[in-house]
Design a protein around this ligand. Structure first.
Ligand code: NAD
Length: 355
């Protein structure tokens, strides 16, 4: 049972539409909100997609800005906000993954413009009021209702082009939000329901996507998982897994999504004893002895990266990583123990099954 004798739950007022082809409803959604001047956002790699959106919007698009970048550099956000002002844009339309959504949020923070997000990965940023930004190599994170996107259009047709490698790491990234959400201090029965159903959706649909990346029904179900997992991230606090990935990404320049994929089974296994009841549904979903085992076997089956050494991490840096990861205290179901974390990192470095 997911019943808790005491809890509080907060949900954001977000409009979500789901369906193949629903990306074409951007204009309709703008009209519903009384908006008529969109600035379309993408990364340089998805500039063509941005141009297609602008073409379809016609006079309702006042420009396309295609410089969204990983970790939301402040200089780019300021340039985009200036452009939005100069063009008298009355909303942003973010088409892409977490990087593009981050840019839209950064503009909203500075201008209060409403956001319509059309996600093309499973990262889930579109469903949160969280914004991570970087300036002078430093990443800071804030939470503000100002950055919560107002409308999300989930269109499976757009996710079909996500390369297979990114599909897997992005999915595991999303599943990590749900897995950690299950033992969050501020979880609720609703966030737990969403977390379990989100992991279930990926468990069922990701293998079908791997068999056939063009399978629209399977892509749609993974996107449904992304929405659920992202919504969990927006409602509850994260713990060991996210802090560890933050440390590894920030201090050793490891790739974001791949690092999440490698660490997930190990971080969950670390918390197994302390959160046995909360993690039991994950073990059950995978028919495994424990949640960590189930997630590890799933990662193997999905051909996900399994070892930090394959991501460019030096074994000599593991001591330092364990030290940094315990430097700032934060809540975790199991207390942070430097020696135990060092052992976790060794196993993750080698790609071993979590202990
Ligand atoms: P991304 O947005 O950086 O995309 C990676 C690359 O893939 C880009 O070049 C992009 O253009 C391309 N791409 C995206 N979708 C594609 C598609 N369907 N077809 C072809 N190419 C496509 O990657 P991401 O993993 O979605 O986002 C990562 C970023 O999001 C990180 O900075 C992370 O910190 C942030 N994030 C923030 C939150 C939050 O709540 N604030 C949540 C999750 C992630």
């Amino acid at each position: 049972s997911l019943f808790q004798p005491e809890f509080s739950a907060n949900s954001a007022a977000v409009r979500v539409r789901f369906g193949a082809g629903v990306r074409h409803a951007v204009g309709e959604e703008m009209e519903r909100m009384g908006l008529g001047r969109a600035l379309v956002l993408t990364t340089p790699q998805q500039a063509d997609t941005g141009a297609e959106f602008a073409a379809r919007l016609g006079a309702r698009a006042v420009g396309v800005f295609s410089k969204a970048a990983m970790h939301t550099p402040v200089a780019i956000s300021e340039e985009a906000t200036e452009l939005a002002r100069a063009l008298r844009a009355d909303c942003v339309v973010s088409v892409g993954g977490g990087s593009t959504t981050g840019l839209g949020k950064a503009i909203a923070l500075r201008s209060d413009l409403p956001q319509i997000v059309v996600p093309t990965t499973y990262a889930g940023s579109e469903a949160t009021a969280i914004l991570g930004q970087t300036e002078n190599g430093l990443k800071t994170t804030l939470t503000s209702a100002k950055v919560q996107p107002e409308v999300i259009l989930y269109d499976a047709e757009l996710v079909r082009s996500l390369p297979v490698g990114m599909t897997v790491t992005s999915a595991l990234n999303a599943m990590a939000h749900a897995a950690e959400g299950l033992y969050a201090q501020n979880r609720s029965p609703i966030s737990s329901l969403m977390a379990i159903e989100g992991i279930r959706a990926f468990r069922d649909a990701l293998p079908r996507v791997m068999d056939n990346p063009d399978d629209l029904a399977a892509r749609g179900e993974t996107l449904y998982g992304a929405w659920l997992c992202g919504t969990v991230l927006g409602q509850v606090g994260m713990a060991l897994h996210h802090k560890l990935c933050h440390t590894l990404g920030g201090s050793f320049d490891l790739p974001h999504a791949e690092t999440h994929a490698v660490i997930l089974p190990h971080a969950i296994a670390y918390n197994q004893q302390a959160a046995a009841a909360e993690l039991a549904p994950v073990a059950a979903l995978f028919g495994a002895a424990s949640a960590g085992d189930g997630l590890y076997d799933f990662a193997v089956a999905m051909k996900a990266p399994l070892a930090l050494r394959d991501l460019g991490m030096a074994e000599a840096d593991l001591d330092k990583a364990a030290e940094i990861a315990t430097r700032n205290a934060y809540w975790n179901p199991r207390p942070l123990d430097k020696a135990a974390l060092r052992a976790l990192l060794q196993a993750a470095w080698q790609g071993d099954r979590p202990a």
